[in-house]
Design a protein around this ligand. Structure first.
Ligand code: BES
Ligand code: MN
Ligand code: MN
Length: 457
């Protein structure tokens, strides 16, 4: 009689193929923010659609105003739970290219890691669930639940198409639990279940001064320098301790529960180890909170890019005509990105030096999320991770954002499991992004065990 052990045997025999397939997918440069990559975006979507279709799922490529979604589902199983696996096939830009040891789209193995843009974020991680389901379907042991996949191509640019189309896709995506692997383990050797993410609000601020660059000798002292005006308002947003100065910013911030702080204090990673891994002399952040508290549950402000004036070789004594910055806030539960835009505008009105004009353009916004740690799905995930990784997972929050996740909770009224197989030193969004090959295979195994556990609920 067929049993789950048959699935496990099938999985173990296919590890080389699993890796080869990830390599193939990673070769496609599906950078969502780049208009020149439209074709590659389509290719990456087609690749995963074929992979799912070849395994017997019913698949649909859903076109959008921007990049297509790949939707697939296995057969319904009456009376059994329905799980929706969400992930993304789009990747971040690769600059600075000269810092990559091997090309971002020439996947290369070094020291047990697979290096390529998208290796951990998110092709490698979402593929773990696809592999587990495809292998399961290749056996004669039937899948004990229905699994749906929604793999999108705009996560790295804010998931706008999905946000817009979610109400209309509601019935198709109906599920008991969303499963996402687009995040990290707590540390090397310590897998985790993530029950919270921060939200985000991103902006571009551009400041205009004179109609063209001016000689700073002839005009310095007569006009406001837009780069100085920009520096002034940017530094007015945050004090030297990292406390945000925009009025009302902390009004809705949900305080950390003492029980939660207590649990996080027991986590093994030290500040020294954390600082060492990222090459800084010491860590920085808001007083009164531990590093994990600041990363996971406190709101922050960051400048992501700054542009003005002479960037070339040597000196050029000018007052630049304009200056601009891209900046973002990480948000925690109960903070509202729309409300924040209003307060930032007010703050800029009050703090921008005279003699320049400016425009603030909000880009994407998403609230912070929290998920249940007590649900039957979380229990199943604990057992699955324990069996596959050989270590019981710890419960953590993380500081990154997956814009659509709170919308899933609201619109689909479902539970949510964030199961990160990556590591925080996987270099997501940076040069030399990687995914540890062992974690990829453990992720595939954990995913298969999870379907077995959920099927038995
Ligand atoms: N996979 C990340 C989200 C993430 C990062 C979760 C770290 C947990 C820990 C995702 O692809 C991402 O990068 N999201 C962006 C969202 C933004 C572009 C709207 C982010 O967090 O900056
Ligand atoms: Mn991601
Ligand atoms: Mn990302």
């Amino acid at each position: 009689m067929a049993s789950f052990s048959k699935v496990l045997d099938t999985l173990k025999l296919a590890t080389d193929q699993h890796l080869d397939e990830l390599v193939e997918w990673l070769k496609i440069p599906s950078i969502s923010s780049s208009s020149e990559r439209k074709l590659d975006i389509q290719k990456a979507a087609d690749w995963v659609a074929s992979k799912l279709a070849n395994a017997g799922l019913s698949v649909e490529l859903i076109p959008t105003e921007r990049h297509p979604f790949v939707y697939a589902e296995t057969d319904p199983v009456p009376g059994a739970p329905v799980v929706l696996v969400y992930g993304h096939y789009d990747v971040q830009p690769v600059e600075p290219l000269e810092q990559w040891i091997s090309g971002p789209f020439e996947p290369t193995i070094r020291d047990g890691n697979l290096y390529a843009r998208g290796a951990t974020d998110d092709k490698g991680q979402v593929l773990t669930h696809i592999q587990s389901v495809c292998e399961w379907l290749s056996t004669d042991y039937s899948l004990p639940l229905q699994i749906k996949f929604l793999i999108e191509g705009e996560e790295e640019v804010g998931s706008e198409s999905l946000e817009r189309r979610l109400p209309e896709l509601k019935d198709r995506l109906a599920c008991d639990c969303v499963v996402i692997s687009d995040n990290s383990q707590y540390a090397d050797g310590q897998p985790a279940i993530t029950y919270g993410l921060r939200g985000i609000a991103t902006y571009e601020l551009s400041v205009q001064g004179p109609s063209q660059d001016l000689h700073s000798g002839s005009f310095g002292g007569a006009v406001m320098n837009p780069a100085i005006a920009l520096c002034h308002v940017l530094s007015s947003m945050v004090d030297s301790e990292g406390r945000i100065q925009v009025p009302g910013y902390y009004d809705r911030v949900r305080a950390l529960a003492e029980t939660e702080r207590e649990q996080w204090r027991k986590l093994p990673q030290t500040d020294e180890a954390f600082a060492g891994a990222i090459g800084v002399p010491e860590l920085f952040g808001e007083a009164g909170y531990s590093t994990d508290e600041r990363r996971w549950a406190r709101p922050t402000f960051d400048i992501n890019g700054l542009t003005s004036g002479h960037q070339g070789e040597g000196v050029k004594t000018i007052i630049p005509a304009s200056a601009s910055a891209k900046f973002s806030f990480r948000l925690v539960p109960d903070q509202d990105p729309g409300e924040l835009t209003h307060s930032i505008n007010q703050h800029l009105v009050g703090n921008m030096p005279k003699g320049v004009t400016w425009t603030l353009t909000p880009d994407h916004g998403a609230p912070g999320m929290l998920a249940s740690t007590e649900s039957k799905f979380a229990q199943a995930a604990k057992e699955a991770i324990d069996e596959a990784f050989g270590v019981e997972p710890v419960l953590i929050r993380e500081g990154g954002s997956i814009p659509i996740v709170t919308r899933f909770q609201e619109v689909l009224d479902c539970d949510c499991l964030l199961l990160g197989w990556g590591l925080s030193d996987d270099n997501a969004h940076s040069p030399n992004e990687k995914f540890r090959i062992k974690d990829y295979h453990h992720g595939i195994l954990a995913s298969a065990v999870l379907w077995d556990k959920i099927g038995k609920l």
